[in-house]
Design a protein around this ligand. Structure first.
Ligand SMILES: Nc1ncnc2c1ncn2[C@@H]1O[C@H](COP(=O)(O)OP(=O)(O)OP(=O)(O)O)[C@@H](O)[C@H]1O
Length: 365
């Protein structure tokens, strides 16, 4: 954790007040409602905004320390910034845009120009001008240009928000590749829960300028004590491995700590790692294993906790899947959104053994 951000900035009614330590690689998603301060946080890291009480240390380099009057200007900070709309130079072709990024690079070359081109698959586009690119291609070039500057951190502010669903799907695998192959930490602002589920390793939840949660993605998503910022997208992420395939019904079984789920097979191989997203609204609870149900996934669980849901009629139940071998402590957490009346009728309480019925689960990678 050698990236540390301590920022306090008041702006009228709004105050950004964060103290964060970020991992040295991977994607940290910054998520929260409109106006909660996500862009302001990024701008402070970039030095585009100066928090009067601030300390910004990125990968061991001090960029701001107001206690010593230190403030490194933006142009001297080795960072990449990718905006919602790719701001490429229209008078330059892709090669020229990349060269412009490289001019900003400090002497160190952590990643070669060829590697950047290769990582983002833009070799066929090098001779084109920005207006000859699709929205998704433009964003890939914008990311490549940011990387060509040899940044110590990549700041991405809703980089997919201006793209339609098809373009977003096209660009997500490239972002996954960056996450898996680069050692540049990324701060990724988004409104989209599916991007968080697919890309993030770490999640920072902001609300009204404050950090309400920060930590590894799966553990943070399964918490019961957070405000319902994710709404209908509330749910957990299970990290598992493909254990079996059912070719006849096009299903794949993904095993994770404490259980396994059958899901639609999208060309998986046995042994492959898989991230599975299970939304709280797709999980219901039974006291006995139900007979004659269409639901394929039944998981024995212990009730861990119960919290009020988004409204007075709802309850959120945290369940620990404990279907692994006896005596093995490994488990995974699920969330189930049920009505408060059902929670009362079933007399759910921490420690009770129940069955989670998972109506739907989606593979996110
Ligand atoms: N230039 C500005 N001058 C004054 N207030 C601003 C300015 N920019 C943003 N704000 C206010 O600061 C707060 C935080 O804004 P910010 O843009 O960081 O939020 P955000 O979480 O990125 O929002 P969104 O998701 O809508 O982009 C908001 O209350 C916003 O109205």
């Amino acid at each position: 954790m050698n990236t540390q951000l301590r920022l306090r900035l008041a702006r009228g009614e709004f105050t950004l007040d964060v103290d964060l330590a970020l991992p040295a690689s991977g994607i940290t998603a910054v998520f929260g409602p409109s106006g909660c301060g996500k862009t302001t946080l990024l701008r402070c890291v970039a030095g585009l905004e100066r928090a009067p009480a601030g300390r910004v240390e990125v990968e061991g380099e001090l960029w701001q320390d107001e206690s010593r009057g230190l403030f490194v200007p933006t142009w001297r900070r080795p960072l990449g910034y990718v905006f919602q709309e790719a701001s490429l130079f229209d008078h330059l072709d892709v090669r020229g845009n990349l060269a412009f990024g490289a001019r900003r690079a400090a002497s160190r070359e952590a990643i070669s120009a060829e590697a950047v081109i290769d990582l983002l698959g833009i070799a066929p586009l090098l001779g084109r001008r920005p207006h000859q690119l699709s929205g998704g291609e433009r964003q890939r070039v914008a990311i490549a240009r940011a990387l060509a500057a040899q940044p110590r951190i990549l700041l991405l502010d809703e980089p997919l928000a201006s793209l339609d669903l098809a373009r977003r799907r096209e660009i997500l695998p490239w972002l996954e590749k960056l996450r898996d192959e680069l050692r540049v930490p990324m701060l990724y602002v988004t409104h989209a829960a599916d991007e968080v589920a697919r890309l993030a390793d770490t999640l920072v939840l902001l609300d009204q300028g404050r950090v309400v949660a920060a930590g590894p993605l799966a553990g943070t998503l399964a918490r019961l004590d957070l405000p319902p910022l994710l709404g209908d997208d509330t749910g957990v992420l299970l990290q598992g491995t493909v254990r079996a395939l059912d070719a006849r019904w096009h299903l794949a079984e993904v095993a994770f700590e404490g259980g396994a789920l059958w899901l639609a097979d999208s060309g998986l191989a046995v042994g492959q790692a898989a991230r599975v997203r299970v939304l709280a609204r797709d999980v219901s609870i039974a006291l006995q294993p139900p007979a004659g149900t269409s639901i394929q996934n039944l998981l024995p669980c212990d009730v861990r906790g119960i919290a009020t849901g988004e409204g007075p009629s709802q309850a959120m139940v945290q369940l620990a899947c404990r279907g692994g071998s006896a005596g093995i402590a490994s488990e995974s957490l699920l969330l189930a959104r049920i009505t408060a009346r059902a929670a009362d009728q079933l007399a759910l309480a921490p420690g009770m053994r129940v069955w989670a019925q998972v109506k739907s689960a989606a593979l996110v990678r």
